[in-house]
Design a protein around this ligand. Sequence first.
Ligand code: CTP
Length: 400
Amino acid sequence: MKLSGKKILIGVTGGIAAYKIPILIRNLIKEGAEVQVIMTPDAHGFVTPLTLSTLSGRPVLTDFFDKKNGTWNSHVDLALWADLMLIAPATANTLAKMNHGMADNLLLAVYLSARCRVVVAPTMDLDMMAHVATQQNIAQLAASGVLIIPAEKGFLASGLTGEGRMPEPETLSEYIIHYFNHKSILAGTSWIVTAGPTFEAIDPIRYIGNHSSGKMGIAIADALAIRGAHVTLIAGPSSVLHKQPTIRREDITSAEEMLEAVEKHFAESDGLIMAAAVADYKPLQAHTKKIKKSETTFTIKLTANTDILARMGQLKQKQLLIGFALETHDAIKHAEEKLHKKNLDAIVLNSLQDAGAGFGYDTNQITIISKQQSPVTFPLKSKTEVAEDIVSFAENLFHT
Ligand code: CTP
């Protein structure tokens, strides 16, 4: 049995494809899974709770309270119980509420409390599916780590033909079996990821900084956490929030503080990804009082910060080291030099040439250079997808 001992929450919402869920539950139970069904109130119109509770062997839950017995269905306990949560069919309404953090029914409250991976099968009529609001909700859920089982094209209950069909129960059960049996090699490993800029104090009011937003590094931290890695995110000043609740985040300001934080965790880590734009120099002296203007010219003497990556390159034992490089000319040559000089396993070369790539953008275009293979260039993608590519690359390096 391929799902022995796996605890699966199935959320059923009010769509006609709910008629396929009884078969899915039978398939999962046959493979040894424990299944708990939660339905939205509207789902009751499409498939009966009696059918689903009989097949799953557990009472189907819909309400926060069981008024008859005076008991409470704890959304937190349910969320912690599950190894995986599948919401199928997921209507446009439920996807919108999930994306906006609403919790006006038990299913949504459990989703918001879930620490396990959540998979959704968006299912609806083709025009609702194509609507920009639905597409945005699906894209944002995907960006926050929800796995999407794409709807299939075909004959829809409305009589129209197009994209919106929920895949057959066999396809859904295969997806779940594949999910549990193809764990990432990174699951359980410990990673440090740095992100964002550093601010180097001139006086209590001013600093020297850079335009890094932190988006790329934080997306990498999320991608690693999604694959089951323990992640310490060391972030410079950035308003970008990480999405995976398992990430431990340490917010720092200066390069010196970043170095200290990286050093503290390095010995216990299996890898370090330095996506932060660390300031190369800091003011030799940070004034404790605000500098008053007096002269027409003003000079700040700078001193070099420690190169964190190079330092870790000297200390590294088992750790995989991945750095970033931003170059304006002879990019590959300079990145290769950094790879060797800093004793890295790989270096991610950021493009500044392409429109839509680099600081502040939601997209990026990278080339990964490693000791083992010739440079791999990726097309312009969202930073979430670029993070997936980088983490997949790290996964392959881990294998070798
Ligand atoms: N880096 C670091 N510590 C620093 C400066 C940079 O760890 N004090 C890391 C960055 O996080 C990045 C990599 O080094 O992963 C490359 O940084 P970059 O500034 O592009 O290269 P440098 O080696 O500083 O060389 P140069 O500025 O001359 O291009």
